[in-house]
Write a protein that binds this ligand. Structure first.
Ligand code: 3PG
Length: 208
């Protein structure tokens, strides 16, 4: 397992962030640190993503990656900004190969046996299981893990405090992603105390 993957697996949670203004990035990072979860997947769904990654990476205390990466060009932007892992909703050979050229961890989405095999052929050992909730949930992850005993999964999509434990109980689940502890509206509104509290609550659920 790569060093970055080991660190993600140690935290067990990956907050999926949509940030509208890079000016909020430092306060968001501080809220995550204060909540006990120094991890952020900053999604390329807004124009602020690359700058937000740059701000968070420069702090040096948060394991920051890029999410919703759809093109090799976005991989280049993410890596230049300091992302140490690259997450995609689906499996793109071009994106994975660009990550490999940069030597950065790629976590592409895969929810079928065919997609998992394609990821293995690209030399990957861990995939994002997305969208988890509508792709069969924890039962589907467990079923996929049977033939792919060495593959790790990072289920994301439709996960929250109510069903987090189902996923974390599976030996093949390295970490779980989600946005429930970093609601976009709270970040936009500057309510980072609430983000910190939601994050701390999520961390406490992992500990139990
Ligand atoms: C993602 O891109 O990983 C998802 O949007 C996160 O899913 P969630 O908002 O249901 O947690």
């Amino acid at each position: 397992m790569s060093d970055i993957l080991q660190r993600l697996a140690a935290h067990r949670l990956v907050p999926v962030v949509v940030i509208d203004d890079a000016a909020h990035a430092d306060a968001l990072a501080q809220a995550l640190v204060d909540g006990g979860l120094p991890v952020a997947e900053v999604t390329f769904r807004t124009a602020a993503a690359a700058e937000a990654i740059r701000v968070i990476a420069a702090r040096g205390d948060v394991l920051v990656g890029a999410g919703t990466v759809l093109t090799p060009q976005q991989v280049d932007q993410a890596v230049a900004a300091g992302a140490s892992y690259v997450v995609s909703p689906g499996l793109s050979r071009a994106v994975v190969e660009r990550c490999q050229e940069h030597g950065v961890l790629a976590l592409p989405g895969a929810v079928t046996a065919t997609e998992v095999q394609a990821a293995l052929e690209l030399g990957l050992t861990t995939v994002k299981f997305f969208p988890a909730g509508t792709s069969g949930g924890a039962k589907a992850v467990a079923a996929l893990a049977a033939p792919f005993g060495d593959v790790g999964f990072v289920p994301t999509g439709g996960i929250g405090p109510g069903n987090l434990a189902e996923y974390l109980a599976l030996p093949s689940v390295r970490a779980v992603g989600g946005s429930w502890m970093v609601p976009r509206d709270l970040i936009r509104g500057g309510d980072l105390d609430a983000v910190r509290d939601l994050t701390a609550e999520a961390v406490s659920l992992v500990a139990h």
